[in-house]
Design a binder for this molecule. Sequence first.
Ligand code: SAH
Length: 239
Amino acid sequence: MKPNINVDAAEVAKFSELAHRWWDLDSEFKPLHQINPLRLGWIQEHVSLAGQRVLDVGCGGGILSDAMARVGADVLGIDMSAKALGVAQLHALEAQTPNVTYREINAEALAQEQPGQFDVVTCMEMLEHVPDPASVVQACSRLVKSGGHVFFSTINRNAKAFLLAIVGAEYVLGMLPRGTHEYAKLIKPSELASYCRQSRLSIEGMRGLEHNPVSQRYWLSADTSVNYMVATHRDECQA
Ligand code: SAH
């Protein structure tokens, strides 16, 4: 298998360019820092992370990886941006985060190397940046143990998501750099659900992540029309 298959170099380059700002709480990554306690809490509603072997796919600068390690998980973060990984590693060193390591490899290649090795896999805000998201979902399913948990988050594809997540966030409010998200790559919940089903991942729950740009507050809700997260578990293998 070619190690760089299913990687869009231009997408990865966007994140490499901003790499030094991953841990700047007022940077382009502010939204990820703001939603981090919400998504961590939601993951912990499904699984207790302490002592679990966790893989964070497309970890970037390690915002979620670091937080999961801090609540006791043993975390491996993977990404295809060497610069983002360098920043993640440096942060772990400076903040003395226990039990977190980072590695430049994509999910498909790691799935060949370490199938069924993780109790929990997270893949947040990443599927909308790859050429073939179904292939990443399948790799996540191969990487998790039978019965283990896999969590995804991404952005829905419809007129409201286009207006809020692209026009609003990138062009009106300037929260994200222009070109961060491409409309055609956004993923409907029904599409993600179908990728999960094809990969033997059963859906346990779905939550929307809503945002008020005036108060700058985020909260979880049943409204999955823009940002949303999906909790799944790998179907038990038949003996
Ligand atoms: N998951 C992190 C970062 C999201 S930003 C968080 O939510 O905090 C998206 C990340 O996906 C970037 O770091 C980018 O480099 C990474 N990425 C894009 N394509 C990738 C691929 N094919 N394999 C692994 N990582 C990828």
